[in-house]
Design a protein around this ligand. Structure first.
Ligand code: ADP
Length: 367
């Protein structure tokens, strides 16, 4: 396999749409990188640039250290798996798997060996004589993977390969794929708009918005230290709560204030050291839904009003607004264990776990 480098890549389509802006990223040999972002953010463009289906307007693309900007797709030895699988409908599974090998004029015995290997790896042994239309969505997806595998490419490129599967199958195939990528140690770039898929499949996750790279980090770091409000509001389900707030000083240290309510920041000495420069400035506070809970302590709690409740069995997602907050007064979500009965308009008291507070400046960047 091989490493991949994107160096200062810009892509401007004819007509003037700029899909990618000064994109820089190195994917290590054997790494699975998930590229995630909302629809239209430039994910497919980046994959297509690497596959050679589009040309970069500026910048250098490298595979295994070699610049490939001028190489035609077939010389790049990358294999792409698409969301619609792109199987040949009139060919059996076996012939679909053989096809890329026949194109290379490999000896018959070698073709058979490769097909056997891929079929075994993907559990396709029983299906080799079927046509694509005789397969389930998940099986078709595996054949598409197999066809990419037999080529023994230097890099796998996957463009939303699970998006045509129903929700349950998606989760199952996602687990199989994660296992496969780990066993193959194959350099993979995996494009998805689904943050959960990115977080489960990527060794690292790159978050893209409007053609700009926002952050690249292992899943846990992305969740625990989002670089800006975009990443904070994109990663996690439900994503991080963000609301306007200020830091104020009092005798005991710092307090977080939103509207007419405030709470002391725990470990205030550290907080003062990190955030002391941002006193009285307009900031955005971030707290994950699991870091909001209900309290009966009249003094300590923040007043909030229930907007809606979603009962999920093992937990309740409680949607609420803080009391006394001028617009914008966003809806916040608290993740509460078990089932709790609530009604729209109920007044509740919230406890904020300020140990887990994130703060972002007016530019959206993490403080
Ligand atoms: P994503 O894969 O994240 O949904 P794309 O890479 O497909 O995003 O598209 C990024 C931007 O580039 C979008 O604004 C899209 O409309 C535009 N775009 C994509 N392909 C073309 C094209 N062939 N010609 C012009 N604009 C394009």
């Amino acid at each position: 396999m091989a490493s991949v480098d994107f160096e200062h890549i810009d892509k401007i389509y004819p007509g003037g749409t700029q899909a990618v802006f000064d994109f820089n990223l190195t994917v290590a040999d054997g790494e699975a990188l998930a590229l995630v972002g909302p629809s239209g953010c430039g994910k497919s463009t980046l994959l297509r640039l690497l596959a050679g289906l589009e040309t970069a307007t500026h910048g250098t693309l490298r595979i295994g250290g070699q610049a490939v900007n001028d190489q035609p797709p077939q010389r790049r030895n990358v294999a792409m798996v698409f969301q619609d699988y792109a199987l040949y409908p009139h060919m059996s599974v076996r012939r679909n798997l053989e096809f890329p090998l026949k194109m290379r004029d490999l000896p018959r015995a070698e073709i058979e060996r490769q097909v056997r290997w891929a079929a075994e790896l993907l559990g396709l042994g029983e299906l080799l004589d079927r046509l694509p239309r005789q397969l389930s969505g998940g099986q078709r997806q595996r054949v598409a993977m197999g066809r990419a595998l037999v080529r023994q490419p230097t890099v796998f490129l996957m463009d939303e390969p699970l998006s045509n599967l129903d929700a349950r199958l998606r989760v199952q195939i996602r687990a199989e794929l994660s296992d496969l990528l780990e066993r193959l140690s194959a350099t993979t770039i995996y494009v998805t708009h689904d943050q959960a898929e990115a977080m489960t499949l990527g060794d690292r996750v790159a978050v893209l918005d409007h053609g700009h790279l926002q952050q690249v980090a292992p899943p846990q770091e992305l969740y625990e230290r989002p670089a800006n409000t975009f990443v904070a509001g994109f990663i996690g389900n439900p994503p991080m709560n963000l609301f306007p707030a200020r830091l104020v000083a009092d005798a005991g240290g710092l307090r977080l204030r939103a509207g007419d309510q405030s709470a002391p920041l725990a470990s205030s000495a550290t907080a003062t050291e990190c955030w002391g420069d941002y006193l009285e400035q307009p900031l955005t506070a971030g707290l994950r839904p699991e870091h909001l809970s209900l309290t009966t302590e009249a003094e300590a709690g923040w007043r909030a009003v229930v907007h809606d409740a979603e009962y999920l069995g093992h937990e309740t997602l409680l949607y609420l607004r803080l009391a006394g907050l001028a617009d914008p007064n966003p809806i916040l979500v608290a993740r509460l264990p078990g089932i709790r009965p609530f009604h729209k308009g109920d007044a509740v008291k919230l406890r904020l776990d300020c140990e887990r507070l994130h703060l972002f400046g007016p530019d959206g960047e993490r403080k």
